[in-house]
Design a protein around this ligand. Structure first.
Ligand SMILES: C[S@@+](CC[C@H](N)C(=O)[O-])C[C@H]1O[C@@H](n2cnc3c(N)ncnc32)[C@H](O)[C@@H]1O
Length: 210
């Protein structure tokens, strides 16, 4: 399975009526946003917003919220969650965020940079980088690959879609983030109640090297 928009809609439907509670890494991400200086005057984007679980939180704290996802039914649920709130919705593939160049002061991507191929993750990261204003920040969570003391195999490009959703090791994620242009990286691992729930929280910014 290559996880296209309709697969994600099925995934969303499975959680209908009972959206997952924020996990420890999501709580850490929300705390980071809460403490962001000047956030009341900022535009924030929820990239891969799914059913919009985090949109009410964002709309209470930021001046402007843009919610992007390519899964139509998930976006419809997100719109319902946000009735009466000032949220702009866009149905778009994160691999092409060209209409949003230099638009966001902050962006979050919660479990949405997951493939299907490693080069898609690279493309999404580069697009997010370009969608941020200079000095803008990205806070993103990623499924984690098991920690290892051995060399980490790194697939750069080529080959078919990964057989399952991509998972990342700290070393690989750091490499991919820096290659997309991000600086000021902070990566924290959350072990999760079971190995399949292990996650990385990555905070990074767009700022010039000087
Ligand atoms: C694991 S779900 C997380 C949803 C939401 N962020 C949350 O935490 O509830 C991943 C979401 O990312 C979206 N997504 C994955 N790849 C995408 C892409 N290339 N373009 C747009 N959305 C994408 C899926 O449609 C899905 O809604």
């Amino acid at each position: 399975m290559t996880w296209g928009p309709l697969d994600w809609d099925e995934w969303t439907a499975r959680w209908a009526g009972e959206p997952p509670l924020p996990s420890p890494e999501e709580r850490a991400l929300l705390e980071f946003l809460e403490a962001l200086p000047g956030r009341r005057r900022m535009t924030v984007a929820d990239l891969g917003c799914g059913a919009g679980r985090l949109l009410p939180f964002l709309s209470r704290r930021f001046e402007r919220v843009v919610a992007v996802d390519y899964a139509p039914a998930s976006l419809a649920v997100a719109r319902r969650v946000c009735v009466g709130r000032e949220v702009v919705f866009r149905r778009r593939d994160l691999r092409d965020l060209s209409p949003f160049r230099n638009s966001f002061d902050a962006a979050i991507a919660v479990g949405s940079i997951v493939g299907p191929r490693p080069e898609d993750a690279d493309r999404i990261l580069a697009q997010i980088f370009a969608s941020l204003v200079e000095g803008g920040v990205l806070a993103a969570t990623f499924p984690a690959r098991r920690g290892s003391t051995r060399p980490v195999p790194l697939r750069l490009a080529g080959g078919g879609p990964a057989p399952r959703l991509l998972r990342f090791h700290e070393v690989e994620l750091q490499y991919r983030m820096r290659r997309a242009g991000f600086r000021g990286l902070r990566i924290r691992r959350f072990t999760g109640v079971e190995p399949s729930r292990a996650a990385l929280l990555c905070i990074a910014s767009r700022r010039a090297d000087n």
